[in-house]
Design a protein around this ligand. Structure first.
Ligand code: TXA
Ligand code: MG
Length: 370
């Protein structure tokens, strides 16, 4: 299949370009499009054979459910029943925006879209291209992140092209996304609302609307090496228990891991840079090729290895924005190992560290005291 790559104005999307893309969606084809979080791979959510094409194009396991994207709050009633009061309160506060809610599904939502579950994930994105595409197609659009299964989520059209060229009908290139990490997922189909995936809408923000929310249960079986993962990030929320929520089926699959194994080093800044320098020097002496993931504040501490900063420690939005791009860049280098600094877990730092821990397979070392 020839994939059409078309640029589109991310602020005022050209009507004729949206119309072409909307035609593909109406015909049950796949279109990748920008959202405010990451690029999505869209298809008509209410057509089972359209959803099946998404799984085939991504190489995604068919029991890993998709998020249904809507363009008006009332569309909740088309696909969810009941629509609890909490869902409306959250919708009014955070939609359109980077929040996904899990609700009980209506009959019209095919099992192919929900991976066999009786619940459905729903999001109203704020990106003008996403909204116009949904509106013009007249469909609700099922869209996972537009990467091949096992790769980082795409934050620009080039990432999508590299992963999916030849497998989908069209890519709308609206430039780099704004946020760079996937939406927060909150489960409202259970007695106590639970965050299944942290994101820009933080647990604290949800709690302002809902009162207490669950932030995940430790699931022992996901911890490969308990010694490595127990000391993780005590500054803020306990991120090591966060990405193992029992109800998001996506969490049970091996997540993206860089080609070279990544190890996180945590602790006081001095101890971290010293430890990474030592590990790098030792590895390079053995002929290894090392990548170092650091921050603007620490980049000058490293004199060997492929050093990449993901931004300033004082700008967590910058770090979130750059993380997936930098991980993809490391995959272009022929590395044998990556050592990475860790980041504060307050606010969106919780989402950042959640993704980094997964990429590192929960390998984490304490920075050494002198
Ligand atoms: O920001 C985002 O959410 C992006 C953009 C494109 O909107 N989408 C995205 O989709 O990240 P995806 O498929 O990469 O991640 C969806 C996650 C998966 O972990 C999946 O298991 C979970 O949502 N999920 C979907 N439906 C669910 C359900 N009914 N119950 C529990 N988890 C669900
Ligand atoms: Mg994904």
């Amino acid at each position: 299949m020839e994939t059409i790559l078309e640029t589109i104005d991310p602020v005022n999307p050209e009507a004729d370009v949206v119309r072409r893309a909307a035609e593909f969606i109406k015909n049950g084809e796949l279109v990748a499009f920008p959202t405010e979080t990451v690029y999505g791979l869209g298809a008509d959510a209410l057509r089972p054979e359209a959803s099946e094409k998404i799984y085939a194009a991504k190489g995604r396991p068919s029991d890993n459910p998709l998020i249904v994207h809507i363009a008006q709050i009332e569309d909740l009633y088309r696909i969810a029943d009941p629509v609890p009061e909490e869902a409306l309160l959250l919708a009014k506060r955070f939609w359109p925006g980077p929040l996904t809610m899990i609700l009980h599904k209506k009959e019209c939502v095919p099992k192919q879209t929900t991976g066999g579950l009786e619940t459905v994930a729903i999001r109203f994105p704020s990106h003008p291209v996403a909204r116009e595409l949904i509106r013009q197609s007249g469909c609700l659009i099922a869209a996972p992140s537009a990467n091949t299964s096992g790769r980082p989520s795409p934050t620009c059209a080039e990432h999508v092209y590299r992963d999916l060229n030849g497998r989908i009908a069209m890519i709308l290139d609206g430039g780099e996304v704004g946020l760079g990490l996937e939406s927060t997922i909150v489960d409202l189909s259970v007695d106590r609302p639970a965050v299944l995936r942290p994101g820009f809408i933080t647990a604290e923000m949800l709690e302002e609307v809902l009162g207490a929310v669950e932030t995940g249960q430790p699931l022992a079986e996901e911890k490969q090496d308990p010694q490595d993962s127990t000391e993780v990030c005590r500054q803020g929320r306990d991120v090591d228990v966060m990405d193992q929520a029992p109800k998001a089926p996506g969490m049970k699959y091996t997540h993206y891991a860089p080609k070279a194994p990544m190890t996180l080093v945590q602790g006081e800044q001095e101890a971290v840079t010293r430890t990474i320098r030592r590990l790098t020097a030792e590895s390079m002496k053995k002929g290894e090729r090392i990548g170092i993931l650091c921050s603007d504040e620490t980049a000058d501490s490293y004199t060997e290895g492929v050093v990449k900063s993901i931004g300033s420690r004082y700008a967590d939005d910058e770090i979130a924005h750059n993380l997936y791009r930098v991980l993809r860049e490391f995959d272009e280098e022929d590395l044998t190992a990556i050592y990475s600094e860790t980041f504060d877990t307050t606010g969106i730092g919780w989402a950042i560290m959640n993704r980094m821990l997964k990429a590192a397979g929960h390998r984490i070392l304490p920075g050494e005291k002198e």
